[in-house]
Write a protein of this length. Structure first.
Length: 154
């Protein structure tokens, strides 16, 4: 079993490679950003990229404390589902009432590839391409439709 320090080094190496791969890519609005740190600009809507020993995933997390507001935002994402699938990809998992490791109840939309491991450097290119495609697809979607969500979350 790896020590925390070794795992931190492995994660740092992967995300450094991810950043290097995406360094010259700009947003739809022609902005230079850190793709791994892409922000929604809306409180309690988070875009997550993760890679561990079993899978890599991109997720949209709705973490509003008020369940009625969270449900309203979820419904708006469901209304735009076909657009999400067009921009990000068809393999979306809908996870309403998802429990996080910290015990938070959230709603999550998730795109995952399995059978890749952050422990295997041979899997890095596949995970990097997958995560890059998803976050850039989200950028195109968010550029067009974020105003719908901003209006709901005021």
């Amino acid at each position: 079993m790896l020590k925390k320090e070794e795992l931190r080094e492995i994660r740092t190496e992967f995300w450094s490679e991810f950043d290097a791969f995406n360094k010259k890519k700009r947003t739809v609005a022609n902005r230079k950003i850190s793709w791994a740190q892409y922000k929604s600009g809306i409180k309690n809507i988070y875009f997550r990229l993760d890679f561990d020993s079993n899978e890599a995933y991109f997720a949209i997390d709705l973490q509003m404390r008020d369940p009625e507001i969270r449900e309203l935002v979820w419904e708006q994402f469901m209304e735009t589902e076909n657009l999400l699938l067009t921009h990000i990809g068809p393999e979306m998992e809908k996870l309403p009432n998802h429990s996080t490791k910290e015990g938070l109840q959230i709603h999550r939309l998730q795109w995952t590839i399995r059978d890749v491991s952050i422990m295997n450097k041979d899997d890095y290119p596949k995970a990097i391409r997958f995560l890059s495609e998803k976050i850039q697809g989200l950028d195109a979607f968010w550029y067009e439709f974020s105003d719908l969500f901003v209006a709901l979350c005021r």
